[in-house]
Design a protein around this ligand. Structure first.
Ligand code: FE
Ligand code: FE
Ligand code: ZN
Length: 295
């Protein structure tokens, strides 16, 4: 099972991210190259990158299972104001940073069509991607399936297919399937093979390059997007375990983005070591967090 979680990218850059992932017994990871809500980025440190490559090798972590996530303030759907140009240029630079790090996957939220029609929004996203892809940077762009909160684009398989089909050169354009988001978008994760069948027919299953494995706080089709810990939400452990072990997605990384546990007002702990253990063993333990933390 190729499984990991969202990890931080701090002072020690990818080296620190890898150490965090290893502490969870993960063999995959996802990071933001800076704060997810802003676009301030530090230069990549060569010395730390060497250390990252070494520690990955020592721990059998394949760089194909390291995923970057673009900040959520990027919006490719709306061409009004200069934010669109900024988003396009920022993504080009972020792709170059990934290339330098040796990371070949970056997850991007398609965008939000505020004040314009959904179709215009989708067209703007394809226009942006066409510009970015024309730079021929050797990094895959993974469009994330969204919950459909507000004016979010990319809620349905059809919307993602529409964006991809309007890109001239979509060889480096892939998809990241988020289980919380598809549940909130109205797809039943308990019948994940049915989802994959529709995906395969409309886009092609070979385009799925990452899975975000999250439970959901909300009901099927709620359009909310609030993640829950594995087994503690409306999707449930069995359905998520089936996704994690689905043979059709065997070779792609599964990344947890579940919420931190609140120990006290000030102390929060990551749930990933325990969630990874449960998924590897295939056993849900209702009390796993209580046993390990004082909650
Ligand atoms: Fe995301
Ligand atoms: Fe996600
Ligand atoms: Zn989400």
């Amino acid at each position: 099972m190729i499984i990991g979680s969202h990890v931080s990218f701090g002072e020690e850059q990818l080296y620190g991210s890898l150490k965090e992932a290893i502490s969870y017994n993960a063999n995959a990871l996802m990071f933001y190259t800076g704060a997810p809500q802003n676009t301030i980025r530090k230069p990549i440190d060569d010395n730390l990158l060497d250390k990252a490559k070494n520690i990955a090798k020592e721990n059998n972590i394949d760089f194909n299972n390291i995923v970057c996530h673009a900040p959520y303030i990027i919006n490719l759907a709306n061409k009004t104001a200069d934010k669109w140009d900024f988003s396009v240029n920022f993504l080009i630079n972020e792709l170059k940073r990934c290339e330098k790090l040796g990371v070949n996957k970056i997850v991007v939220h398609p965008g939000s069509s505020v004040g314009i029609s959904k179709e215009e929004g989708l067209d703007n996203i394809s226009d942006a991607l066409n510009i970015i892809l024309s730079h021929n940077i050797n990094v895959n762009i993974l469009l994330e399936t969204m919950a459909g909160k507000g004016n979010e684009c990319g809620r349905t398989i059809d919307e993602i297919a529409y964006i991809i089909n309007k890109c001239n050169n979509h060889q480096n354009l892939k998809v990241c399937v988020d289980t919380c988001h598809i549940n909130d978008a109205g797809y039943n994760v308990s019948d994940f093979d049915k989802y994959l069948d529709e995906f395969n027919q409309k886009i092609g299953i070979d385009k799925i390059y990452c899975v975000h494995l999250n439970d959901s706080k909300n009901e099927l089709g709620s359009h909310k997007d609030r993640h829950e810990n594995i087994g503690f939400g409306t999707i449930g452990f069995d359905a998520l375990y089936k996704v994690a072990t689905n043979k059709r997605l065997e070779n792609i990384p599964k990344i947890l983005e579940t919420p931190y546990l609140t120990i006290t007002d000030k102390i929060k702990k990551p749930p990933y070591k325990e969630e990874i253990k449960m998924l590897k063993e295939g056993n849900f333990d209702q009390d796993i967090f209580k046993k390990n933390y004082d909650i």
